[in-house]
Design a protein around this ligand. Structure first.
Ligand code: GUN
Length: 289
C-alpha cells in the first residue's frame, strides 16, 4: 500500500499527537496545569479493552494524567452515574469518556447526559450535540473530527463538494454530516432504507462509510477521483482461524477508482484517539478560563 491516493492516518495522527504534547508541555510549564482524562469501562468487551489500553498509553505519552475506572459488567445504573458524578467534581479531571457500548441494563443516554458538558470530550452530550448543530463552539465527536482533518489536509477547501455519508449513528454519521455541512459541502445522509445506494454513492465527491458492515461499499460505487473515508473497523475470520480487520469499504476494489482513500487499519482509527487528546487539551484550557 504505497499509492499516492492512500491516506496515511497513522503518520498524520502522530503529527497531531506531537502538537498536543507541545501544548500540554506549555500548559504544565507556564500555568502548572496538567490536563487529565478519565476513561470509564463497564464490562469486559475485548475490543473496548484494546481501545481503552491504547487511549491510556497515548494520554500518558502526551504528558497528561490518565485515570481508568473499571466496573463489572453487572454494574448498576446508579453505580455508573456515581462514578460520573465523582469525575465531574474532580478538578484534576478535564475530560471524561464512558466507553460504549454499555451493558444492556444501563441507560446509555442517561449516562452520557450526566457528564459535565465542559468535560464531554466525546461530544456526545445533548448540549454539545445541539451546539454543533447550530454552529456554536462545542466539543466535537472525535472520529468525525479526525475525518475532517484528513479531508482538509488533502483537499483543502471542501466548498460545494457533494458528500454522501453512509450511516446515521449519533457517534459518527450525524455529527459527520453536520461538520461537512459547516464546511459548505452538499450533504446526503444515506442509510439502510436508502434507494439505489450504489447510484447515490457514484454521484459523490466524498464518500464517508460508517455502517459497521465489512466491505459493504463496493469498488464500482466510487466515482473516479472521489475521496473515500472508511470509518469501519470490522473483525473478520481468516482461513487460519485468526481474525483480521477490514473496513466498511472493499478497499482492494475501491483503491483503483478513488482519488483518495483511507486504509483499515491505519486510516481513520488512529485519528480518533489523537482528536480525543486534542479535545482534552481544549477542555482543560476552557476549565482554566
Ligand atoms: N466506542 C467506539 N467508539 C467510541 C467512541 O468514540 N467513544 C466512546 N465513548 N465509545 C466508543
Amino acid at each position: 500500500m504505497s499509492g499516492d491516493n492512500i491516506i496515511d492516518g497513522k503518520a498524520f495522527a502522530a503529527e497531531v499527537r506531537a502538537r498536543v504534547k507541545a501544548q500540554v508541555d506549555r500548559l504544565v510549564a507556564e500555568h502548572g496545569l496538567k490536563p487529565g482524562l478519565a476513561v470509564v469501562l463497564v464490562g469486559e468487551d475485548p475490543a473496548s479493552q484494546v481501545y481503552v489500553r491504547n487511549k491510556a498509553k497515548q494520554t500518558v505519552e502526551c504528558g497528561m494524567r490518565s485515570d481508568e475506572i473499571r466496573l463489572e459488567a453487572t454494574a448498576t445504573q446508579e453505580e455508573v452515574l456515581a462514578v460520573v458524578d465523582r469525575l465531574n467534581a474532580d478538578p484534576g479531571i478535564h475530560g471524561i469518556l464512558v466507553q460504549l457500548p454499555l451493558p444492556d441494563q444501563i441507560d446509555e443516554s442517561a449516562v452520557l447526559d450526566r457528564i459535565d458538558p465542559d468535560k464531554d470530550v466525546d461530544g456526545f452530550h445533548v448540549v454539545n450535540t445541539g451546539r454543533l448543530q447550530i454552529g456554536l463552539p462545542a466539543l466535537t465527536p472525535c472520529t468525525p473530527r479526525g475525518c475532517m482533518m484528513l479531508l482538509h489536509d488533502r483537499l483543502g477547501d471542501l466548498s460545494g463538494k457533494h458528500a454522501v455519508v453512509v450511516g446515521r449513528s449519533n457517534i459518527v454519521g450525524k455529527p459527520m454530516a453536520m461538520l461537512l455541512l459547516h464546511a459548505n459541502c452538499t450533504v446526503t445522509i444515506a442509510h439502510s432504507r436508502t434507494k439505489d445506494l450504489p447510484g447515490l454513492c457514484r454521484q459523490a465527491d466524498i464518500v464517508i462509510a460508517a455502517v459497521g458492515r465489512p466491505k459493504f461499499v463496493q469498488g464500482d460505487w466510487i466515482k473516479e477521483g472521489a475521496a473515500v473515508i472508511d470509518v469501519g473497523i470490522n473483525r473478520i475470520p481468516k482461513e487460519d482461524g485468526k481474525t483480521r480487520l477490514v473496513g466498511d469499504v472493499d478497499f482492494e476494489a475501491a483503491v483503483g477508482h478513488a482519488g483518495l482513500i483511507t486504509p483499515v487499519p491505519g486510516g481513520v482509527g488512529p485519528m480518533t484517539i489523537a482528536c480525543l487528546l486534542a479535545n482534552t487539551v481544549t477542555a482543560a484550557c476552557m476549565a482554566a478560563g
